[in-house]
Design a protein around this ligand. Structure first.
Ligand SMILES: *Cc1c(COP(=O)(O)O)cnc(C)c1O
Length: 413
C-alpha cells in the first residue's frame, strides 16, 4: 500500500503518462461496440477469464474445502480490501470486501447512528441513489427510535447540516447527472456540527483521485463492478476510519466478523479492527475476477485517468451540443464539477438510447428522461466520442426513436 506507483516503469525519474492504448488492449470489447456504460457495469478484463478459470480448475476443483486455508480464500476480503484501499487513500487495515453495496451502506449507517445516540437525523440529498435511501429508511424503521431521513437538494446540503444531524450520508458523484460533491469540505462541515459522514464512492472509485483519510471521512463504501470492472455482482467494500474501527459495533453480526468464528461461541464478540465488518462466507469466484481487474489499476495513474476523462467528457459534450441541440446537458458543464459521466436530457431518451444501443453505442437511460454516458479512459478515446456523437446525430435527425422496436421498456434500463 501507500506507494501507488507499483509498476516498475515508474521507479525513478518523471512520472510517465499512463499508456491508454495498452490498457484498452487489456479488455474484451465486442466488435463494433463503443462502450459508454462502464459506470454501470465495466467490461470484461481479459485476465479475469483466465483467473476465474484457474480458480475453478486448480482451487475449487482440486483443493475442495482445503482452499479456504491452502489457497488463502479466507483472507481475501482483507487482502483485496488493501488493494481497494490504495485507490481510495485508505491506510492499511481499514477496508474489507463483501456483500453488495446496499448492505455496506446499511452497515456504515447503522454503525454511525449508534455513535450518535442522542441525534435523530440522517441527512442526504435527493440526487442520492435510491437504494442508499431505502436502506437508511429500512434501518431506522427497525430501530424504531423516531429517526428520520432528511433529503435536501444537492446544492443545499452544506446549509442543512445542523446539530440534529447524526449522519451525513452522501454519494460523491450523482448517479444521474454526474455532479460531484466536495467530500473534504462537506465532511469538515459535518464534523463541525458534531455529525459523522458516510460517503458512497460507487461512481468515484476508478474514476477520480480519492483520499478518504485526507478528507476525514468516517465511513466510505463502494462497489467494484462499475469503473473497477470486476463483473456483475462483484463484491462491495467498506472503509472505516482508523479513529473508529476499534470501537464500532457491527449491526450485521455474522459469524465471519466474529473474533473467533471457528470457536462457534453462542455469543457474538466482534473481531479485530475492520474484520468485524465482514458478515458471511465471501464470494470466492467473484474475488478471482475482482483481483484480476485490480491488476490493471497497478499500471495506471489515477490522475492521468481523471485528466483524460475530463478531456473525453468535454469532447463528447461539444460534439453532441453542436450536432443535436435538442439534447440538454444535465451534467455540470465544468469538468471539475463532474464525475466520469455525461448526461443529457431528451424527451425521447428511452427509445433513442435503444436505437443507439442497436447501433453499438451502449450507454443507458435513467428515468424520467436522461441519457447517460460513462467515460472510462482505460478503453475509450476521442475517436469513440466523435463516432458516438455522429451515430446519435443520425438517430435524432432521422427520428429513429419513433421506430416501434424501440418503444418497449425493459426490466433493466
Ligand atoms: C450502483 C449503486 C448502488 C448499487 O448497490 P448494490 O447493492 O451493489 O446493487 C448503490 N448505491 C449507489 C450510490 C450506486 O451507485
Amino acid at each position: 500500500m501507500g506507494d501507488a506507483c507499483s509498476s516498475p516503469q515508474r521507479s525513478g525519474g518523471a512520472r510517465p503518462t499512463t499508456d491508454f492504448t495498452r490498457t484498452r488492449a487489456l479488455f474484451h470489447l465486442p466488435e463494433g461496440v463503443i462502450y459508454l456504460d462502464g459506470n454501470s457495469l465495466g467490461p470484461l478484463p481479459l485476465a479475469a477469464r483466465e483467473r476465474v478459470a484457474r480458480l475453478l480448475r486448480d482451487e475449487w476443483g482440486e483443493m475442495l474445502i482445503r482452499g479456504w486455508n491452502d489457497a488463502g480464500w479466507m483472507d481475501q476480503p482483507g487482502r483485496i480490501g488493501e488493494r481497494i484501499g490504495r485507490l481510495i487513500g485508505a491506510p492499511a487495515g481499514t477496508v474489507v470486501m463483501g456483500d453488495t453495496l446496499s448492505i455496506k451502506v446499511y452497515q456504515a449507517v447503522a454503525a454511525a447512528l449508534e455513535m450518535r445516540p442522542e441525534r435523530r437525523v440522517i441527512l442526504s440529498d435527493h440526487g442520492n441513489f435510491p437504494s442508499d435511501l431505502y436502506m437508511a429508511d429500512g434501518l431506522i424503521r427497525s430501530l424504531g427510535r423516531s429517526h428520520e431521513v432528511r433529503l435536501v437538494a444537492p446544492e443545499e446540503v452544506a446549509d442543512a447540516i445542523d446539530r440534529n444531524v447524526a449522519v451525513l450520508m452522501l454519494t460523491e458523484v450523482d448517479y444521474r447527472t454526474g455532479r460531484l460533491h466536495d467530500m473534504a469540505r462537506l465532511t469538515e462541515a459535518a464534523h463541525a456540527a458534531g455529525a459523522l459522514t458516510v460517503w458512497d464512492l460507487a461512481h468515484s472509485v476508478g474514476a477520480l483521485p480519492i483520499d478518504v483519510r485526507a478528507a476525514g471521512a468516517d465511513f466510505a463504501v463502494g462497489c467494484t463492478y462499475k469503473f473497477l470492472n470486476a463483473g456483475p455482482g462483484a463484491p462491495a467494500f467498506i472503509y472505516v476510519s482508523p479513529d473508529h474501527i476499534d470501537h464500532v459495533r457491527p449491526a450485521l453480526s455474522g459469524w465471519l466478523g466474529h473474533d473467533a468464528p471457528f470457536a462457534f461461541d453462542l455469543d457474538y464478540r466482534s473481531g479485530p479492527g475492520i474484520e468485524r465488518m465482514r458478515v458471511g462466507t465471501p464470494p470466492i469466484i467473484a474475488f478471482a475476477a475482482l483481483d484480476a481487474a485490480l491488476d490493471i489499476w497497478d499500471e495506471v495513474e489515477i490522475d492521468d485517468v481523471r485528466a483524460r476523462s475530463m478531456e473525453l467528457g468535454e469532447r463528447l459534450i461539444a460534439e453532441v451540443e453542436t450536432r443535436c441541440p435538442d439534447l440538454v446537458l444535465v451534467s455540470p458543464r465544468q469538468a471539475e464539477e463532474r464525475g466520469s459521466q455525461v448526461s443529457f436530457r431528451f424527451e425521447h431518451a428511452w427509445p433513442t438510447m435503444q436505437a443507439l444501443i442497436d447501433r453499438g453505442v451502449i450507454g443507458d437511460f435513467r428515468a424520467p428522461d436522461v441519457m447517460r454516458f460513462g467515460i472510462a479512459p482505460l478503453y475509450l478515446d476521442a475517436a469513440d466520442m466523435v463516432r458516438a456523437a455522429e451515430i446519435l446525430t443520425e438517430i435524432v435527425a432521422e427520428r429513429q426513436w419513433e421506430l416501434p422496436q424501440y418503444q418497449e421498456r425493459r426490466a433493466v434500463t
